[in-house]
Ligand binder design. Structure first.
Ligand SMILES: [Zn+2]
Length: 66
């Protein structure tokens, strides 16, 4: 077992579920067509500015938090 982990297996599992939930409902979107940026909870959203579906999606929890 790693001495670096402060989580019990149960806590770790809960945290992974929390991350998965955040990932599903808080997606940072970037339109490759018009460069618009917004946050959406849908993985099927088209660009609100130009209607393009050429969207780059990044889960917000992947951003560095500093
Ligand atoms: Zn666009």
């Amino acid at each position: 077992m790693s001495k670096n982990s402060q989580f019990t297996p149960t806590e770790l599992h809960h945290w992974q579920l929390t991350l998965a939930e955040a990932n599903r409902h808080n997606i940072f979107c970037h339109c490759r067509h018009c460069e618009a940026e917004w946050v959406d909870s849908s993985e099927e959203a088209a660009c609100p500015h130009c209607g393009s579906k050429n969207i780059e999606r990044i889960a917000c929890w992947q951003f560095p938090d500093d």
